[in-house]
Design a binder for this molecule. Structure first.
Ligand code: BG6
Length: 489
């Protein structure tokens, strides 16, 4: 009756993950419009500690300057690593590693350049047809995010972003267009990447220019509500187009642990963890959890919800839950009393003295991935998909094109071991796509030199370089992991 699982399932989806805005480039071809991510600058003369500033806060002045065709600044996400022109070569390399799947996103702005057009841009649609056909040639299953930090800039500047209810219709039109177009090519969809990150960067997630915003918490939750409704309507459209298709939510999973056994730390951790899992609670269950009323009241947020919203959310919860996992963080109710405690902007927590950190201060906690898988499966009883995991690091190319990224192999190996543990715990996880299987532009810092890939791209932070692709040591290691279905790590 009880069968102990000690191996990865036969059909486990091994692969890598990317996002159009960080990968594709080609922003000036095929009629693509500007997205919110296309207006971040990178300036090598800016001190490092300020590189992520625009990720958290974007000003109207910066947005206007970026739209000025005479601006001389460098906008890395307009260029990515030029997958737009290299996709055949890149997919061939993924196939060489034995990828079973490839997580990618669609640039909304390739298909609806401004977001509010009535008809899609055929050139944009045709580009993704070619990408899907190329993947199919190698038997690689596409896993497609509809929105990965990518909404049309026009919807942010002209409509105020997701706070405006009109965004639901624009998104559903985009979603319905691509579901119908690719119904024979794509089976797995995700509606919004890291939907719970509206809390950290409302500009890039919601199109809200935060500067002097009168009530930013209200904007974040109202915007998120509109995304919940849009996601449910998109799920409905997807099922109508292809009843076999699977739609998932995607959250940034942040394992938060109490800094101490002080009851205040424990309660604070429960509250913080709920704030993060709130988003998957809504999307996986199809309704707002019981703790919502108090959470919103504490933030002085009054949500505008139409009766039909609740109905559609209940009728169309997601089929599976996907998440990114990079790190964990410790939570203290009184961080100001802890001498030398280092804060983490992303998790809102502080450093856990038991864990090492990456060069960017991200705490490396492989066992936390097992906890994450168990917690999410206990909570939702739905299939899980690990959509992102990986180590951002500076790689060095040695003579003979050698890139010895043992640190990356070690990070990934330790995490994959914990996935296997979770499978033995009884968790249903059906795939793993490590982040940035090919080097891309970093989402938060806009660097190219914060690299995650198995494939190196010869390009520096200012976009200089040949864009030549080079296999790292981890390329060969991951190929063996896939060939042995996770037995040889
Ligand atoms: C996730 C995002 O938060 O983390 C990706 O979905 C991002 O877009 C990844 O690239 C790693 O973050 P960063 O800032 O190191 O690129």
């Amino acid at each position: 009756m009880f069968q102990l699982k000690t191996k990865f399932p036969e059909n486990f989806l091994w692969g890598g993950a990317t996002a159009a805005n960080q990968l594709e480039g080609g922003s000036d071809v095929g009629g693509k419009g500007l997205s919110v991510s296309d207006v971040y600058i990178f300036d090598e003369n800016t001190p490092k500690e300020h590189w992520a500033d625009q990720w958290h806060l974007m000003t109207h002045r910066q947005v206007e300057e970026a739209q000025d065709p005479t601006s001389k600044k460098y906008y890395p996400k307009r260029h990515g690593v030029d997958f737009y022109h290299h996709y055949k070569e890149d997919i061939a390399l993924f196939a060489e590693m034995g990828f079973k799947c490839f997580r990618m996103s669609l640039a909304w702005t390739r298909i609806f350049p401004n977001g509010d057009e009535l008809e899609p841009n055929e050139v944009g649609l045709a580009f993704y047809d070619s990408v899907f056909d190329e993947l199919k040639k190698y038997g690689i299953e596409p896993i497609v995010s509809l929105s990965h930090y990518e909404m049309p800039l026009h919807l942010a500047t002209e409509y105020g972003g997701w706070v405006n209810r009109k965004l639901i219709d624009f998104y559903v039109r985009f979603a319905t267009t691509v579901f119908n177009r690719y119904k024979d090519k794509v089976k797995y969809w995700m509606t919004f990447n890291e939907i719970n990150c509206v809390k950290h960067h409302p500009y890039v997630s919601l199109g809200v220019v935060e500067e002097n915003h009168p009530h930013i918490e209200q904007a974040k939750f109202q915007g998120a509500h509109h995304q919940f409704v849009a996601s449910a309507l998109a799920t409905k459209a997807c099922k109508e187009s292809n009843p076999e298709a699977k739609v998932g939510c995607m959250i940034s999973y942040q394992l938060l642990v109490p800094y101490s056994c002080d009851p205040d730390d424990i309660q604070k951790t429960v509250e913080k963890q709920r704030e993060s899992l709130f988003f998957s609670d809504v999307q996986a269950r199809g309704y707002y959890p019981a703790y919502t009323a108090r959470m919103l009241a504490d933030k002085n947020v009054i949500l505008e919800v139409e009766p039909k919203d609740e109905q559609i959310m209940r009728e169309y919860p997601v089929d599976y839950v996907s998440f990114s996992y990079y790190m964990s963080s410790a939570i203290s109710a009184h961080p100001e009393k802890l001498e030398g405690a280092v804060g983490n902007l992303i998790t809102g927590g502080i450093k856990n003295p038991y864990l090492p950190t990456s060069d960017w201060g991200w705490q490396i906690d492989p066992k936390g991935l097992r906890t994450a898988l168990n917690q999410l499966f206990d909570r939702y009883q739905k299939p899980l998909f690990i959509a992102e995991n990986g180590l951002g690091a500076m790689d060095v190319v040695e003579e003979g094109d050698l890139i010895q990224d043992d640190y990356r192999i070690s990070y990934l190996r330790d995490h994959i071991k914990q996935i296997k543990e979770a499978i033995t715990d009884g968790v249903n996880v059906f795939g793993y796509t490590s982040w940035g299987c090919i080097d891309m532009i970093s989402a938060s810092t806009n660097q190219t030199s914060k690299r995650y890939g198995y494939i190196y791209v010869d390009q520096d932070d200012m976009g200089r370089g040949t864009k030549r692709r080079i296999k790292k040591k981890s390329f060969h290691w991951y190929k063996n992991v896939i060939t042995s279905n996770g037995e040889e790590l």
